[in-house]
Write a protein that binds this ligand. Sequence first.
Ligand code: ADP
Length: 260
Amino acid sequence: MDDIQLIDKKGKRKDSRGPEDLRPIKIEAGVLDNADGSAYIEWGKNKIIVGVYGPREMHQKHLQRPDKAIVQVSYSMASFSVDERKKPGQGRREHEISKIIAEALERSIISDQYPRTSIDVYIEVLEASAGTRCAGVTAASVAIADAGIPMIGMVASCAAGKINGQVVLDLDKLEDNIGDADLPVGYIPKTEEVVLLQMDGHFTPEEFDKAFVLARGACIQIQELQKEALVKKYSQEPEENGTDDNGENKDDMAEGGVLQ
Ligand code: ADP
């Protein structure tokens, strides 16, 4: 839909961002008491919480792997996460996103240390505003690290897209709805491995290259926020990071990496 102007002649988008700007991102690690690891992310208007359990014994024996742990992901959007009440339960889109996120995370975990076990990752989207799979996998990686599960490196994720024929970073909801293309990328900066790559819409080969480089660069930037969130949590005194001297929890949360 080229008729709706999403970016002006000066390169300014509807929300005042430039073509290569991210939406504001805030990540907190260790926000849930009952999960082994957890994280909360606000990315633009997206709000997502992730809880991780495991590695724990895989009860469904036929799914067990004798050589490694398997990663099971449940991505779901709350009924109140979008403008019009979403039908409760997981639909096809949520199953697909769960699968691609599991595959991306599996690449990042040193899973052969935990044969026959499962690492269960629950991604709950509280508010959705485009880019939830990228925000979800980014937060999930922080939650896995928070659970103390050994990793090769964390996965950071971001999309680039095309609006009014121009390649831009990190589409918001309006841009996603009426833009020309979207390219979510998941990347492990430490190993330089691409672990998630999807494409929606049409790019020329040159545009694809530009979008990919832009998204990958943003992943490197986002990885710093992931690390900051973990450093923030683990550098705090017990009293500050949500537990007092008796191990009882307090209401205040550690505030981690923020990109304004
Ligand atoms: P992502 O959130 O990873 O960009 P999609 O491209 O499938 O995934 O979705 C884009 C956005 O569309 C979502 O972030 C959400 O705001 C909205 N959306 C997705 N599914 C629904 C739904 N069932 N009802 C209303 N809005 C939805």
